[in-house]
Design a protein around this ligand. Structure first.
Ligand code: GLU
Length: 291
């Protein structure tokens, strides 16, 4: 089987050293695969959130990676150009009765959760959806749809789990198998009111479509892998292996993030750093590296 990795940033800002770290991991894993024979390293732009993504950042990603010498194989998949693929995947889940429309606003959910007392929290920190719209009577649901009320689509996680033949797990590279607990997410949103598909759906769809065999990404996304395994199982998509890596930290131990003022690759370039110097700063074979 071919060895395929990917770097899948969202063009919501300029790349910084943390991104270079992530890209270098995926690139290096591909280049070292098969005893040096090499695999494929793909670039995918996860730009479904039109309110946050910008064409100039997408262009800058290509330019910065090329400047670093992290060349990708084949065409770049730009998610926003494939919305019909994600819609078809949602239709397939809906046809199996695994989705339902949710009309709740954030305030509605907060109110429900407060009324219920202590609510469980999903791994991303949000309150688990209390299931209000799952419980709507069919006639009531129809009426609200007919009036044109806006809705999100949620996965009925109880039903989804009931379709599984076996418990889910995944292989964390170098660490063995990890058992998944996707139920901790509750009924997740797979299509938002203002966005026709969610990150979870698009990322698993595309990893399968593109034949990705090793997903390298930061450890903050590791909890989401449980949910991604569930989607893969529902669709019959293959399970890639996963290598979740530590976030690159600065000298003071703070994680590098745009909002914390991490310097962009462009700023480093403008300050006279060479690609080799920037790659050395981003090198995952430094502290915490595994690939
Ligand atoms: N697009 C996601 C991000 O920029 C990463 C996707 C992934 O690696 O699963 O955070």
């Amino acid at each position: 089987m071919e060895f395929v990795t990917r770097f899948a940033p969202s063009p919501t800002g300029l790349l910084h050293l943390g991104h270079a770290h992530a890209a270098l991991r995926a690139w290096r894993a591909a280049r070292r695969a098969g005893g040096g024979a090499g695999g494929r390293f793909l670039l995918r732009l996860e730009d479904i959130d039109a309110s946050r993504c910008r064409a100039e950042f997408a262009a800058a990603i290509r330019e910065d990676l090329a400047w670093l010498g992290l060349h990708w194989d084949g065409e770049v998949r730009v998610q926003s150009a494939h919305m019909e693929d994600y819609a078809a995947a949602l239709d397939a889940l809906a046809a199996r009765g695994l989705l339902y429309p949710c009309f709740c606003t954030r305030a509605d959910i907060q109110r429900e959760v407060a009324a219920a007392g202590a609510a469980p929290h999903a791994p991303d920190g949000s309150a688990v959806y209390p299931g209000t719209c799952r419980a709507l009577a069919p006639a009531q649901r129809r009426r609200r749809l007919e009036t044109g009320e806006r809705y999100a689509l949620r996965l009925d996680i109880g039903r989804a789990l009931a379709t599984l033949a076996a418990p889910l797990d995944f292989e964390e590279l170098g660490e063995g198998r990890r058992v998944c607990a996707p139920e901790r997410f509750g009924d997740v949103v797979l299509a938002r009111k203002d966005m026709p598909a969610s990150y979870h759906l698009c990322v698993t769809h595309d990893d399968a479509l593109q034949g990705v065999t090793l997903v390298t990404r930061a450890e903050d996304l590791q909890p989401a892998t449980d949910l991604h395994r569930l989607l893969q199982a529902l669709f019959g998509w293959p399970a890639p292996r996963y290598a979740h890596h530590r976030l690159l930290a600065d000298a003071a131990g703070r994680r590098l993030a745009k909002r914390d003022g991490a310097p962009s690759l462009r700023a480093l370039r403008a300050a006279g750093f060479s690609p080799a110097a920037v790659l050395a700063m981003a090198d995952p074979d430094g502290p915490g590296g595994r690939l």
